[in-house]
Write a protein that binds this ligand. Sequence first.
Ligand SMILES: *[C@@H]1O[C@H](CO)[C@@H](O)[C@H](O)[C@H]1NC(C)=O
Ligand SMILES: *[C@@H]1O[C@H](CO)[C@@H](O)[C@H](O)[C@H]1NC(C)=O
Ligand SMILES: *[C@@H]1O[C@H](CO)[C@@H](O)[C@H](O)[C@H]1NC(C)=O
Length: 300
Amino acid sequence: MAPGRVFLVVLLALAVSFNVSLAKTKICDKGWECKGVYCCNQTISQIFTVDNFEELFSKRNSPVAHAVGFWDYYSFINAAAQFEGIGFGTTGGQLMQQKELAAFFGHVAAETSCGYSVAVGGPYAWGLCYKEEMSPDQLYCDQNYLFPCSPGASYHGRGALPLYWNYNYGQIGEALKLDLLNYPDLLSNNATIGFQTAIWRWMNPIKPKQPSAHDVLVGNWKPTKNDTASFRFPGFGMTINVLNGGLECGQGDIEAMSNRVSHYLHFLDLMGVGRELAGDHLDCGEQVALNPVSNSATSR
Ligand SMILES: *[C@@H]1O[C@H](CO)[C@@H](O)[C@H](O)[C@H]1NC(C)=O
Ligand SMILES: *[C@@H]1O[C@H](CO)[C@@H](O)[C@H](O)[C@H]1NC(C)=O
Ligand SMILES: *[C@@H]1O[C@H](CO)[C@@H](O)[C@H](O)[C@H]1NC(C)=O
């Protein structure tokens, strides 16, 4: 055999063995995806189990809670499945995945808690105590909008990140292909839908050109000069700003804001990550709010 041919054979052999080893290690170049039984990065249920869920929301079925038997792990997993492919809880490897879930659930717990400082199990064990606002004092109906109210319907706070106002029910219903405008009760009758609307809110900005809470938490968002001048930096505090900045940011160390931070830190501990990895800029006490109160999706 001529030396040239030997070289070619060796090259071919190398190429074949390289391909084989590629196939064995299953390197991913397209981000999160599942092919058959194999997923490039871990799914949520691989890093967040039913036991984790029970620990985070340990008091939700206690007799004094207001949504006993409603919220469960499987509704969350069903709801999340729709968003895993676009990065919810599947971005950036296990640590970031856990941090995103701790942050998401920190907001959920803070908004649905009936805990207080001397409550049994501590103040952060009472998330998912509610599935809807109790005795609302209005219908949250803004008649002059794109999404007209269904006669007599009430658009009070419902869901895992409570949704308020007809236009928010309309917008998210349209995105999820659910008629939430005419059937707002779907959110408080079906826990999967109660979680789907919350995850949708987490994954989407309130206004175009703003980041979503997800983008902020996983590091997809880079502050502009305006943001920096407004003290808005990447971190958990900016997720508060995205979700409810008009009510809770730029007012120093107020209770509603620090309650979210405390839930996040507590959940990081419970999930075995540890609060020392929570990151910088945990609160938004000094940040200028992204949106004034009346434009906030969760404004009351
Ligand atoms: C998958 O996980 C690796 C590390 O475990 C990470 O570097 C990569 O960014 C992840 N892929 C996606 C799409 O997040
Ligand atoms: C709850 O909603 C989900 C998502 O729309 C749906 O697949 C499921 O069938 C609903 N469950 C019930 C009991 O209606
Ligand atoms: C920057 O902030 C100013 C003052 O709040 C605002 O008028 C302007 O539209 C902002 N620019 C951008 C690009 O967001």
